[in-house]
Design a protein around this ligand. Sequence first.
Ligand code: GDP
Ligand code: IMO
Ligand code: MG
Length: 423
Amino acid sequence: MNTVVVGAQWGDEGKGKLIDILSEKCDVTVRYQGGNNAGHTVVVEDKEYVFHLLPSAILHKGKSCVIGNGVVVDPKALLAEIDELAAKGLKVSPKKLKISDRCHIVMPYHRVLDGLREQKRKNKIGTTGRGIGPCYADKVTRCGIRMVDLLNPRVFRAKLADNLREKNETFRKVFGQKNYKLEKIYKEYLAYGKKLKPYVEDTVLYINKEIDKKKKVLFEGAQGTFLDIDFGTYPFVTSSNSIVGGVCSGSGVAPTKIDKSIACVKAYTTRVGEGPFPTEFTSKQNDFIRKKGNEYGATTGRPRRCGWFDAVLVKYSVIVNGIGELAIMKLDVLDGLDKIKICTGYKYKGKIYRDFPTDYEKLVKSKPVYETLPGWDKPTTKARKFTQLPVNARNYIKRLEELLGVRVKYISVGTKRSEIIMR
Ligand code: GDP
Ligand code: IMO
Ligand code: MG
């Protein structure tokens, strides 16, 4: 059984927690897109870990983790993450972690360009500044540097020289910046290659062999469906396919080998960075939920924008990802609210639409149509069975199931591993 977990909103749905739990029953966990723009939180007892490039299953003994070819790797950030875990007593061995030789490398000029482009833009995206967009752009324009290139000094040098010839000109003439020196980057990145070499292999062969051996593979999506480059609120998106479809191109596993797709959603909605957000709260409500849900970005620390659950948006995710099961996270954050709203349609120029619009103006000008449900007083964090939840919390979940046409299998009621209901 091979399963994919994707975010169905704008990221930060709680994928890290869910992956940590599900990976206990799987053999291999694979990241297939994104880079260290991701921040996936796992809480074990009173310790909190935030993973950016390492799959969220890395804490489990005897399980292997893969960084698939679709991921863009900042080698400095990855080595820092590995070192940080080692300092906490968790050694990440090459047996445990495999990195695809086809991963594209985030170079220093990508990070700088990410920032410079944002500065120049009038309509800012609010990127994480990790160089993700420029790195994927180089992949597509066919001048990217791959993990395998870092292991071959001659190829690496030639590719880097070619890149700098073009990029230095852009940096100088467009942005008024200084030239990058080839020798400095060459030496630094060759050294990263040397350090990472033991982990690097053709992970396509590795994952598919494990599947042939009937091992269970879990695919860990980063970001969310509405940050997907094709299906998100473009251009306020990331630069990869974060949807289930991204698994195939990002790991080299065929669609016929994927058995189940799980959508991870928050019991409400959040977004970090710029872009349309129809159900966004007014500032007072925003402050309340942000404080209660500790809604600050796990990567950049930026405050997250918060709003009501948007069933129009998640319904689109269910379609695009072929979702079979839902995981509703952070239900406990809604405890104590008098009333809870669900967006079931968008009103635009007097008409109500039930499908998520592509047109930017329509999205921005639409007014959400809400259904209001009664809230609940009793804390939910101690519930371990569905029947232990307050009746109004159960009704909220059941209504989401009806609206989305998918069964809710997991309900998370706190940050810890144990704080989850499995139906
Ligand atoms: P990811 O990017 O999807 O892995 O999510 P993040 O780690 O960026 O953000 C989710 C945040 O919510 C983290 O701080 C988690 O510890 C926290 N979290 C996850 N599930 C729950 C839950 O059920 N209740 C509460 N209160 N917090 C949760
Ligand atoms: P996880 O995996 C939430 C957002 C950024 C910005 C846009 C583009 O933790 O859910 P980028 O740096 O990717 O070019 O930024 O995407 N973004 C995320 N928002 N969670 C994430 O990852 C995100 N990764 C990128 O805030 O709006
Ligand atoms: Mg996150």
